[in-house]
Design a protein around this ligand. Structure first.
Ligand code: ATP
Ligand code: MG
Length: 285
């Protein structure tokens, strides 16, 4: 029987969450130290543990069928693959940073400068677009120390909070790309593999919707129900059950978490009491 080959990062920032999202889709496999391949026991997939840099090439060459990695790496490698789904984790940006005491008036700052990066293609595209003539020093890691040791004048690297830049005396001045983890796939799969992929994407979407939505229960006077439904517009035909206390009812529905936090005061003003917000494990739309 056919199985889908999935590449995930062997170790690093993506490994744990890639493993977790597959597990939340009901796919169990062991990820022991030194293991390069694992077969799921309950879904027709084989997992390969690779360096994230190699995943786009392996997908293009059909050594694996799909892979989980950061968009930054997908666009840097620019291989013949397609992005199938954004996964919402490993959110970061690819940014340019300069010594914090330097003045920055715009991209022209980089003219005649040397910039260290692990993303030569994306940086070179940025310089071309902005008509900048700069030298690119390609290094594979610890980019942020390059100016401190005299290897470069500035850096182009992945940033999330910016604290690594700060500890190295650098200041973020421009963002080239925003990124998150995605699933990429080969352009053409066999019918059987396509069917397995469809099932997997269906499960991933159910897990993703569950994360942004919450199950909400609240008590309210019957007379407030229409107001409450107006306050939470995402609440489509809620379940309304009578309470033992006359004139009161319990309302159950699903709301987006961000919507709920924005409207909590209005809900209370409208008469909602005993509000419970509960996580949802899977949500099939
Ligand atoms: P490998 O050994 O597999 O080549 P690596 O050292 O190149 O690993 P990591 O540092 O583990 O890569 O980062 C992998 C991906 O995680 C990055 O390409 C990026 O998409 C994302 N990432 C990196 N740093 C951060 C961060 N600080 N916050 C969020 N996501 C990040
Ligand atoms: Mg890497």
């Amino acid at each position: 029987m056919s199985e889908l080959k999935i590449a995930i990062q062997k170790s690093g920032r993506l490994n744990e969450q890639s493993h977790k999202i597959l597990e939340e889709c009901g796919i169990t496999f062991s990820n022991g130290a030194g293991v390069l391949k694992a077969r799921a026991t309950n879904f027709p997939v084989e997992i390969l543990f690779l360096r994230d840099d190699d995943i786009p090439q392996y997908v293009e060459q059909k050594v694996v069928d799909i892979g989980i990695l950061g968009e930054n790496m997908v666009f840097e490698k620019n291989k013949d693959v397609i992005i199938l789904e954004q996964l919402g984790f490993a959110q970061c940006r690819l940014s340019l940073a300069i010594p914090k005491e330097d003045k920055y008036s715009g991209p022209e700052y980089f003219n005649n400068k040397k910039v260290a990066t692990s993303y030569p293609k994306l940086l070179s595209d940025f310089f071309t677009e902005n008509k900048i003539k700069a030298e690119i020093e390609e290094i594979s890691g610890s980019v942020e120390i390059a100016p401190g040791i005299g290897l470069a004048d500035a850096v182009c690297d992945i940033v999330s909070s910016g604290s690594t830049l700060m500890t190295n005396g650098l200041r973020e001045v421009a963002t080239i790309l925003k990124s998150q983890a995605v699933i990429i796939g080969s352009k053409k799969l066999t019918r059987e593999k396509e069917d397995i992929l469809k099932k997997l994407l269906f499960r991933i979407r159910a897990v993703k919707s569950a994360k942004v939505n919450k199950y909400i229960l609240l008590n309210a006077p019957e007379s407030s129900i229409s107001d409450i439904c107006r306050i939470l517009p995402g609440m489509k035909s809620p379940t309304i059950l009578p309470l033992a206390e006359k004139g009161w009812c319990s309302l159950h529905s699903v709301v987006r978490e961000d919507e709920f936090w924005e409207r909590i005061d209005q809900l209370k003003k409208a008469g909602a009491e005993g509000i419970l917000v509960i996580p949802i494990e899977k949500m099939i739309l």
